[in-house]
Design a protein around this ligand. Structure first.
Ligand code: PGA
Length: 261
């Protein structure tokens, strides 16, 4: 049995304004209550849009809810003249635990390169935010049989220049682009194969300690009815969930299924 705590993170993407966010987090908390989950069983994280974060913070801290929260992106810059950007220090002040970096939608919509992703990780770790680094191949790479090389290449370039100590706590999310929001899920065997390859490469580059401690998530059309099979693999330590995290009761059902409750 691995020492790594199961992580279930709900990436809301550009869904839910701050009022909807409050209702969703409340419903999630209520729906989880009967399962009596605790830090020993798993960690449940919501990742709302930036404009919701203050409301989510107030609710979670005020009601002492057993949930964590994070942001969907972070600026690679220090505070200053960067219109529209959100600094890591601001997210840290808002009590965020996590920040997603390199999501495929940002890579596609905002032309984020691995170099930019690395700079964002640098900003995050400098402010005690745990990066959830997203990597994963498109359908073309999978069909060509290059999915492992491609994904590991993305990871290595995004982590270039870091030491193992700087990456303590790192989370990697393997999200095959063809499985995101499509209803297509990689098989549990596909997820397990990639997670093992990622862990092996982390060991080669950063040592066994970091490789053993890093949590590797699978993301791409994860639902309550497929999560248990996916996280059953010893190298898959949780899920990054989009669509199925938007409803509090649905995400709660997914979290319970993941821990077997
Ligand atoms: P999905 O999104 O669960 O809606 O496929 C996953 C993600 O993009 O993180």
């Amino acid at each position: 049995m691995s020492e790594r705590t199961l992580l279930l993170a709900g990436n809301w993407k550009m869904n839910h304004d701050h009022l909807e966010a409050i209702a969703t987090v409340q419903k999630l908390a209520w729906s989880l209550e009967d399962a009596k989950l605790d830090d020993a069983s798993c960690e449940v994280v919501v990742i709302p849009p930036f404009t919701d974060l203050r409301s989510v913070q107030t609710l979670i801290q005020g009601d002492k809810l057993w949930l964590r929260y994070g942001a969907q992106d972070v600026s690679r810059h220090q505070p200053g003249a960067h219109t529209g950007e959100i600094a890591a220090s601001f997210l840290s002040r808002l009590g965020c635990s996590y920040v997603v970096v390199g999501h495929s939608e940002r890579r596609a919509d905002n032309h984020e390169t691995n170099e930019i992703v690395a700079a964002k990780i640098r900003a995050a770790v400098g402010h005690d935010l745990t990066p959830i680094l997203c990597v994963g191949e498109s359908l073309a790479e999978r069909q060509d049989g290059h999915h492992i090389d491609f994904t590991l290449g993305q990871m290595e370039e995004s982590l270039a220049g870091f030491t193992a100590a700087e990456l303590d706590g790192l989370v990697i999310a393997y999200e095959p682009v063809w499985a995101i929001g499509t209803g297509e899920t990689a098989t549990a065997a596909d997820a397990a194969e990639m997670a093992a390859a990622i862990r092996q490469r982390l060991a080669e580059r950063f040592g066994d300690g970091l490789a053993a401690a890093t949590r590797i998530l699978y993301g791409g059309s994860v639902k309550a009815d497929n999560v248990a099979e996916i996280v059953a693999s010893p190298d898959v330590d949780g899920a990054l969930v989009g669509g199925a995290s938007l409803s509090g009761p649905d995400f709660a059902a997914l979290c319970k299924a993941a821990v077997g409750k």
